[in-house]
Design a protein around this ligand. Structure first.
Ligand code: FES
Length: 105
């Protein structure tokens, strides 16, 4: 099992099985405390914003231009850890990845 560690907006930590081979967003959108993901992963809504735990940021592919642009428009943007979860593929090697759900904007 590849596990995702998720900190919800109330600061509560959850451990769930992550869906391997699709984006992290696909797991988060199915949770009551997850993300809205309104655009369905098209990198155009930013409602899948998460903060990646700093111990994991170096193990992810870097942000691409579109993702970077959308994130920088958000008040909750954190340069070191903000990601659009629809742009982060989840793999077995990322088991244990910890993300916090960013505030709704
Ligand atoms: S789901 Fe819309 S930007 Fe990620």
């Amino acid at each position: 099992m590849a596990e995702l560690v998720i900190v919800d907006r109330d600061g509560k930590e959850h451990r769930v099985e992550g869906r391997v081979g699709v984006s992290v967003m696909e797991t988060l959108r199915e949770l009551d405390y997850g993300v809205a993901a309104i655009c369905g992963g098209m990198c155009s809504c930013a409602t899948c914003h998460v903060w990646v735990d700093e111990s994991w940021t170096g193990r992810l592919q870097p942000r691409q231009g579109d993702e970077e642009e959308l994130l920088r428009e958000l008040g909750s943007f954190r340069p070191a850890s903000s990601r659009l979860s629809c742009q982060v593929p989840f793999t077995a090697e990322l088991s244990g990845l910890k993300v916090s759900i960013a505030p709704d904007e």
